[in-house]
Design a protein around this ligand. Structure first.
Ligand code: SIN
Length: 536
């Protein structure tokens, strides 16, 4: 592998979703030279896939205190209240800023339109183009980033490791997938905003890029990770043979869709007073129970009683995608089952994105501020990326005592770096077959042993099975080899954390410890390289 040389930036941000872009905009606005790396194309992120929306107490009948209450309740006793207050109180300000930057949220007349999602006591979820909220937010953020001359966006750049000196992070190394060269970047701070780790599971609503890179890279360098046992399974992913587990937004249930089992009976009221709008973990477990009872691989989401025209207009993306898999959501019952959707844990940070390693920051799903506790309230994640991304940017400027460059420009123009004609495909890296087989084995273990319902015996078995699957260190760094390693590493951390937490809470359910145990476990799990899982 040839070395492509060195790049000097003021700051480097890994990830091009809502959190990464918001950090970069904060830094770029302060006159810094910011390198933003995306592993795939600039529009290949979980943000782009976010359908339902972004929650904020902005409607006439809503109050910040109610959004705080709902977030704390969803978090099942484990949210950091200070983080929740920051998210909910600062959220509206950053959403209004997004609107100023050109984000087109849907409106009812001249007023913003709000929808309802599970566990929200008010309709407070903003959406765009019906069900393409993340795409619209990413579009506006990318356009804003492009107005700042100091921001250089570099796609197809696979971060392979952090560079450190004397215990501080001083930059990173990445593989340029176009030239196949390794590049070293020196910077005063690195921010990891690579999204989540849904690809650790074989059934996930996440895009192929969601392989937990930021978490794994931080862990390898000695950073503290937290709460990795808390995985949120979305109850309604499309369950059609041969199709990916495409998300069927909770907003569908918010607008009246209902769940039916294989015998076509509604079942949610048996499991929760809140019916279809119960918290996601409750709905997911209810679906698993019904699937088991009726010996079926799926249940149905039923929208057939809603007006066709309304459904097509309100959910154009979902309608079109399902249709491409042969399902007409206005007239067919839609087969669905739960899939891994979001990780509440991640790289432990304070409320300004600082990790346990000087010079290293994290934001968005990659980070764990404690804001989601044991279970994230629907549509709080785009908001998290926005609020905590901006705060991380502000903290970096402050911590590094950065003073503005007069004309923050890069030697090469952005157009040259983004290279028209260079790799554009958003397709996942195509791993060689031995790697692909290993990946499949790792994923199958995590699904079976650390899925929706867990127990100590399976978790121990899973841990042993994973230990035997350590990927060989490849001589030539490649995206697929890195991703396999990251998935394997995070699989073990999820299983270890789930084994250590002998209770059930939020997204973590243990059949052998089915109750919440506040005395022992109203604490966050913490893990670092070479150490056992502890709670604090
Ligand atoms: C959804 O639209 O159901 C997903 C929104 C979220 O995960 O917050």
């Amino acid at each position: 592998m040839s070395s492509g040389g060195e790049i000097e930036a003021d700051f480097v941000v890994v990830g091009c979703g809502v959190a990464g872009l918001r950090v970069a905009i904060e830094l770029g606005s302060a006159g810094a030279r910011v390198l933003v790396l995306a592993k795939s194309s600039l529009t290949d992120s979980a943000t782009e896939w976010a359908q339902g929306g972004i929650a904020a107490a902005l409607s006439d009948d809503d109050e910040v205190s109610l959004h705080v209450e709902d977030t704390l309740r969803a978090g099942d006793g484990l949210c950091d209240p200070a983080a929740v207050h920051v998210l909910v109180e600062e959220g509206p300000k950053y959403i209004l800023e997004l609107i100023e930057w050109g984000t087109q949220f849907d409106r009812a007349g001249s007023k913003l339109a709000f929808t309802r999602e599970a566990a929200h006591s008010r309709s407070r979820v903003l959406h765009a183009h019906g069900d393409s909220t993340g795409k619209e937010i990413a579009r506006a953020l990318l356009a804003k980033a492009r107005t700042l001359s100091g921001i250089l966006l570099r796609p197809h750049a696979v971060t392979t490791e952090l560079l450190t000196a004397g215990g501080c992070v001083t930059g990173l190394r990445f593989l340029d997938e176009n030239s196949k060269e390794l590049m070293d970047v020196t910077a005063r701070a690195v921010t990891l905003a690579t999204g989540g780790l849904g690809q650790v599971y074989p059934e996930t609503t996440n895009p192929a890029v969601a392989t937990g890179d930021g978490m794994a890279i931080a862990y390898e360098s000695g950073a503290v990770l937290s709460d990795l046992e808390f995985i949120q399974f979305h109850p309604t992913a499309l369950a059609v043979k041969g199709a990916p587990r495409f998300l069927l937004s909770e907003a569908l249930r918010g607008e009246g869709a209902v769940l039916r089992n294989a015998d076509l009976e509604r079942f949610m009221k048996k499991h929760s007073e809140a019916g279809e709008l119960a918290p996601r973990d409750v709905v997911s477990r209810a679906i698993v129970a019904e699937m088991q009872r009726t010996r079926s691989d799926f249940v149905y989401l039923d929208l057939t009683h809603l007006k066709d025209e309304y459904v097509r207009k309100r959910f154009p993306g979902i309608f079109a995608t399902c249709q491409s898999y042969g399902v007409d959501i206005t007239s067919d019952l839609v087969p669905v089952r739960p899939a891994a959707h979001y990780v509440m844990g991640g790289v432990r940070t304070d409320l300004e994105g600082r990790t346990s390693l000087p010079g290293l920051y994290a934001a968005g799903e990659t980070a764990c501020t404690g804001v989601h506790g044991a279970n994230r309230l629907a549509s709080n994640s785009l908001l998290e990326g926005l609020v905590f991304g901006a705060r991380a940017g502000q903290a970096i400027i402050k911590d590094c005592k950065f003073s503005s460059r007069k004309k923050p420009k890069w030697p090469a123009s952005r157009a040259a770096v983004e290279k028209p004609g260079a790799k554009k495909s958003a397709a996942p890296a195509n791993p060689p077959s031995a790697e692909a087989q290993q990946l499949q084995k790792v994923r199958a273990i995590v699904w079976k042993d650390a899925g929706i319902i867990r127990n100590g015996r399976d978790l121990k078995e899973g841990l042993d099975a994973l230990a035997a699957l350590e990927p060989a260190q490849s001589a030539e760094p490649s995206r697929s080899a890195r991703e396999l390693r990251h998935i394997w590493q995070l699989a073990q951390l999820i299983v270890r954390s789930a084994l250590a937490r002998e209770e059930s809470r939020g997204g973590h359910y243990r059949g052998d410890f089915p109750f919440r145990d506040d005395e022992k476990f109203r604490k966050h799990s913490l893990v670092t390289r070479g150490a056992t899982v502890t709670f604090r």
